[in-house]
Write a protein that binds this ligand. Sequence first.
Ligand SMILES: [Mg+2]
Length: 368
Amino acid sequence: MRHKIGKVDVHLVSYPITGGFADATRKVETIGFLLVRITTDQGLEGIGVTYHEVGGEATRELIVHNMAPKLIDRDPLQSEVIWQEFFHYLRGVGRKGLMYCALSAIDIALWDLKGKIAGLPVCTLLGGNATKVPVYASGGWTSYSDDELVDEMRGMVDRGFRTVKFKVGFDGGRNIRRDAVRVRKVREAVGPDIQILVDANNCFDAATAVQLANRIREYDIAYFEEPVFADDIPGLARFKKGTDIPLATGEHEYTKFGVRDLLVNEAADLVQVDGARAGGYTEMLKCAALTQAWNVKFAPHAMENVHLHLAAAVPNALFLERLLMFEEITGLVFKDAPKPLDGFMHVPNRPGLALDLDMDFVRDHDQA
Ligand SMILES: [Mg+2]
């Protein structure tokens, strides 16, 4: 008998960050998750997630008051139909931003449910067979001293990561000479065999970013991420013309339309959309297909336990990102969340996305 959606629960969990986590353009004060649980009339539960750093309360209100009622009695297998309905329902109030965070969380929960109804891992539903996916460690804030930066990068390598990422844009992007020194120190500390990614978090104009790229080229940089403001697509294209360091971007892009704009403007070599923002698994599969058509790489931003099954099934997926800042809260919210081992995340061989919640922790920290 087909399942019908019976109940939608939303939880908002956040966690204060103490210490100096700041990138070139933003200080991180809290991190957290908005969690969606969609339960069927036969008792299966799908779990979806999006971010709650700023404004999760608004996302929750939107889901509880406007979206959840439209899900009741629906067939959870109809994820595409439901996505299209919400796309049109929400189009006048947001085609990027919190509206898509809400839709992403719902869509991820539906895909988790689809796997559970079929009794298969989502990776298998998508036609994939990878049992593990490379994962890189991500941190290295610009608020760190040089020694703190180098120590953290060395620690990542000691933990088995073969690719590490850290921030550039020292002093808000006003000191590329210092950025170049920090890149040199990290390269000297990790040795020649570790892949290095740098992330400017939108801080430069194209000319300055090209200048920095040319100064750090000798340190063998695999990707330079978000050199300019995410919406400065001409600036991204200009950056690409000025350096042969490949360009990564897309974590602030939403939907296939955002990815299309990056691709038609030749403004990315690695597309990093985030399924917890960009529209869930339904939309990420379309974003990935677009990157395949342009023959560029695909690597979802953060949320590695959510993206694991997607990356295991998408042929041009390069790796997952593990933000060290999120390790503690991810371990508290999700029971038995897969952990990196020797630079890989192993795909759980269980139905759905295997995102089991520690409901004691979630209820204790729910800001309802
Ligand atoms: Mg980034």
